[in-house]
Write a protein that binds this ligand. Sequence first.
Ligand code: PMP
Length: 370
Amino acid sequence: MSRVYNFSAGPAVLPEEVLKEAAAEMLDYKGTGMSVMEMSHRSKPFQAIIDEAEADLRDLLNIPANYKVLFLQGGASLEFIKIPMNFMRKKKAGYIITGQWAKKASKEAKFVGEMVTLASSEDKTFSYIPDCSDLPITDDMDYVYICENNTIYGTKFHTLPNTKGIPLIADQSSCFLSEPVDVTKYGMIYAGVQKNVGPAGVVIAIIREDLIPTEEESKKIPTMLNYKTQVDNNSLFNTPNCYGIYICGKVFKWLKANGGLEGIQKKNQEKAAILYDFLDNSKLFVGTVEKASRSLMNVPFIVNPAVVTDPEKKAALEADFVAQATKAGLVNLKGHRSVGGMRASIYNAMPKAGVEALVAFMKKFEEENL
Ligand code: PMP
């Protein structure tokens, strides 16, 4: 067996310990004589799995009792429309546009009410997080929406926007559980789990209780799109992604056994520093993001156009880098088509040794091609 270092933006690397445990339990989960894949979602063993997953997540994030935890399906993209359908009471919301995912979410809001763009970093290809200390937020807004970590562009909100008392809703898909978070600062946090937490097909939502639609409001929201439906049924209104939730639960335990969110934050900071320090001193490569906005999870970089001035030569060099890296067991480094170049996603489960191997490879490539 030979494992690669997988820098995919998602679905992405998972902790090897978790995969091994799941493999060992594949045919017979804890003496049930069946795999979790084969198990009824109404069975006792599965109820224990989902209950334990929620308890461990609450523990990790220190989630207050007045927040509901939901395990949902439909991808993060389905939340884009559910959020305005559930929360737009005054039919107006503010969006901060820091990339494609925030933009897509804002587009869905227009199906329900008025979408106000509060700030945007599109003028510089989303390479920074705008100043959000004094945005044109008004009392008639139901919520302020952000994409907290921008997977494609490699930016992250290091300071949350001043929402002037309006509930903040955050897509944390690509930074979920990568650092401690003060849940009380949010009306809702949600994340597709396929980056930091588990296999694709589960979305975790953490929602402040008072924002959940009332009985009366629910009359106008289709059942499966209403958060109240899943709140009332503890995420078991219909068949959930049982196996996905089971793996998420294992990742929560892995995090708890490895120093919790403080522990993983320290490791993530160390890993990112190795890569950013190299980029800041490289003659061939350069990062694409303003330093103050850099993500610890997604690191886009390109061949420096000031050094390789011919665009065709630059593109060829980047393609060669990705191809050679793949041969060396460093895979999925091709950048998103809207940024070009390369992107290394270094989520929780990427070991430090993987980042060190990438930097060693980049050094060698630089020496050979400069
Ligand atoms: N938000 C962010 C920040 C993402 O990175 C992605 C997917 N890469 C999405 C939303 C969409 O997720 P899904 O494919 O689960 O709908």
